[in-house]
Structures are given as C-alpha cells and as structure tokens.
Design a binder for this molecule. Sequence first.
Ligand code: MSP
Length: 479
Amino acid sequence: MAKKFYITTPIYYPNDLPHLGHAYTTIAADVLARWNKLRGKSVFFVTGTDEHGKKIALSAEKANKSPKQFVDSVVPKFEEAWKKLNIQYDRFIRTTDKDHEIIVSKILNKVHKSGDIYLGNYEGLYCTSCEAYYTKKDAPDSVCPIHKKPLDLLKEKSYFFRLSKYQKFLLDLYKKNPDFISPKSRRKEIINRVKAGLTDFSISRSSFSWGIPIPFDKNHVTYVWFDALLNYYSATQSQKKLKKFWPPNTQIVGKDILWFHAVYWPAMLKSAGLKLPEKIFAHGWWTISGEKMGKSAGNAISIDSLVSIAGSDSARYFLLREASFGDDGDFSEKMLVERHNSELANKLGNLVSRVSTLAEKYGLDKKAGISPLALKFKNQIAKHLDSLEFDKALQIIIRYTDKCNEYIQDKKPWETHDKQVLYELANAIKNISILLSPFIPETAEKIAKTFNFKISLSELDKPLKISKIKKSEILFRKI
Ligand code: MSP
C-alpha cells in the first residue's frame, strides 16, 4: 500500500476575509500535498475554519447576526479563495461540523477521566484577538504584545488542563525528535520557555455561550483553542477509510501560533492517549512594505488582489520563492511582478515558447547518448521539499532553466534545425514542468499538454515519446 501523508494548515478565524497571510500557509501545504502525491503517496490535506469563541461572537454581534449565521456568511469566502489559488484540499473542516463537536466532547470526557482536568478560578489577562491568556510576565503593561491592544482582565470559574504535569514529557519529546519543531531557531525558543516552567491553562469559559458545551458541566463552553486544535484529529475520524491518516506527518503553522501547537497540542494528545504528529513547522510572517499586515493597519492584501497582480500560479510561486519559509518576508507588488517577468515569463515562458515553436517547424528526434541537459539533482530537490525549503528547491530548478536557455543560445537550433537539440530541450522542459508542478499547477498542465507527457515523478526518467508538437500558447504575459 502507498505510504500515507497527512498535512494540515491551521484553521482560520472566519471573522475576517482571507488574506495573503492565510494564503501563505495554505499554498505551502498545497505544494507539499501535491509533491507527496507526485511521489505516489496517499495524501490527506485538511484546512478549514475555527468558528467558536468570543472573537467570532463579538464580530457576529457587530454584524447583527447570530454567530452561526455570521460564520456561514464568511466561510464561503475562504472556499472561494482557495479555489482561486488552486488549493486541492481533501477536507474543509469547520469546528461547527457535528462530527467535530462529538469528537471534542469525547476527548474532553477522556481527559477528564484521566484526571487532567479540574475546576478552578481563572483570574488573569486575556486577548480576544489572539484568543489567548497572558501573564504579567508576557505583557507587563497589560497590552497584547501582538495586537498592541489593552488586555481584558478575566475573572471566572473555569476548568483547567494540567499542562504543568507534561513538562518532562514535552522536553523528552523535543529531545528524542529533533524535527518535531522546525525550524531549529524556533525549536530552541520553545524549549527554553518550556524549561522555564508550564502553568495549567483554562479550557472553559462560562461568561458567554458560543462554543462546544463541556460535556460534564453544561454551564461552560470549551475554550476555543482546545476545541480548534482537535480539528486535526476529528478530520480523520468521520470515515473509516480516513482513520489510517492519523497522526499528521506535517503541520504548518505561523510563528505566532507555534506555542499552542508545540506545547498545548502534544500534551493534550498524550493525555487523551493519542499518537503525536511527526513535525510542526512554523513559518515566518509577511509584512507589507515593512509594515505589519492586518485588519487594523488596513493594509491586508485580499486573495483577489493577490491573484489579480499576475495570476494564481505567479502568486503561489512568488510567495514560496521570495523568502525562506521559516523567515519573515516583505511583500510588494513590484517584487512579485519582477519575479513574474524575470523568472516565469523570461526564463520559463520564453524557453517553452522558443522550443515548441521550433519543434513545430523542424520536429524532434531522439538519438542515443546522454543529453547534456540530463537531470542530476532530483534527490536534492526532494530533500529540500521534504524539509520545507521551498526557496532552495526553486533556486535549483531556475538554475536548470538558465542552463537550458544557455544551451539553446549556444546551439542555435533556429539556424541548424537540429532535431536532437530540440528533443533534448523538450525533455528538459518536461523535467522542469514536473518539478514545478506543485508550485505552478495550472501552467505545468498546459506544458504537459503541449509536450504530451504525464505529470508524475516516474516520467522524469522516461524520455519523451513524441516527435511532432504544436507551438505553445503564451504561458506568462510580461507585465
Ligand atoms: N484560528 C487560529 C488557528 C487555529 S489552528 C488549530 C488562528 N487563525 S488566524 O486566522 O488568525 O490565522 C491563521 C494563520 O495565518 C496563522 O498561521 C498565521 O501565522 C497566519 N498569518 C496571519 N497573518 C500573517 C502574515 N502577515 N504573514 C504570514 N502569515 C500570517 O490563528
């Protein structure tokens, strides 16, 4: 049986329209999903929306809607956005889905029985935008370090999860599985914070009702993060055939929510007696011309405007090419257009256009011998993609494209009409397109049609079976 690959994105708050930040995580997950499919793995890719909690309840109130009406009106915007960006997920999970609510109840009962939940009084600071608790140490002036807004002082009866009990377990986990938290720099940060001590966290709220009821005390609803994290598990439990996907192989999150995923999440799973994910990868943040991007700054880039710059493939390509995935990046339309023009239009687009035009005129011919354009770095690319070094994988593919462009310049097939040179180039174009297909799926499909090959890794080693082709349409128009 094919090996399985389960990949997740965070589930997004539908209190707002999807923007470039959400797109970044989702595109990266889509590239990994496609890449693993390409290598023949059985892939399950889950994304969705995080619909409970105070933040959503407040947004609904402002919109004069019930919370459920409100989320029902925003969720389709996420689905449309992912369609525009060619995201091929297998399940879009909503935390208001019945099957998820049942799982959350079950797990709460289980964790309660194991003695890891107790009733106490919560008194402390809270940021509704983060849906997170803060201590005086994290926020000495009672202002949220992320949203820069004053924190609320909460005082209510609440159920707590015994996170403190899991300190040693977590430290052992990080030690035994050096890749559990990636990249390395973030891993260190988390380890230091866990070493400094863990406090139990509140997992229920009683001052509002928009959430999953705590099964053993109906006066409380589940804290939104406890509910949301479990989506990754419930997505695999609704059908028998999906159960084999548990646990996740890679979970992509932004650096801002790594703590929940690297600390709360494995402790919750351990307490519930469930297997742990293999890898949590925290990516960096995009700023817009140096400024933090967000609703309050009024500079969030919508999916429509992102795609309208140079199309969906160019947007996908740019976001993973421009910055290393673990680092922050600065977004500007100008940079996207530059990459689109110089790499996709000039390098790849021109190569395909020249080779297909000449091949239509003069034909292709395979002769014996190894091509100077033979592919030598397949394993290197695989290694980069498996470690989420998208930019490095793309650099190698672009260098190969450069080599092809130099070759055609050098051999001048428009003068020599050399069918073999054209064949070698066509074969290289096949390799480039297959390797780029997770990033630019729409374009890769077009090239595959022109040159008559299947997009699969096994095709990389097979010579093209074609002697006649038709000139390609223009793939990327220069802007
Ligand atoms: N609902 C929680 C996640 C629960 S997962 C069990 C949440 N949602 S969110 O809608 O606020 O954002 C989710 C993701 O978007 C995070 O991974 C976050 O890092 C990412 N981004 C939001 N703004 C971003 C940028 N400016 N740049 C890159 N990613 C950013 O958190």
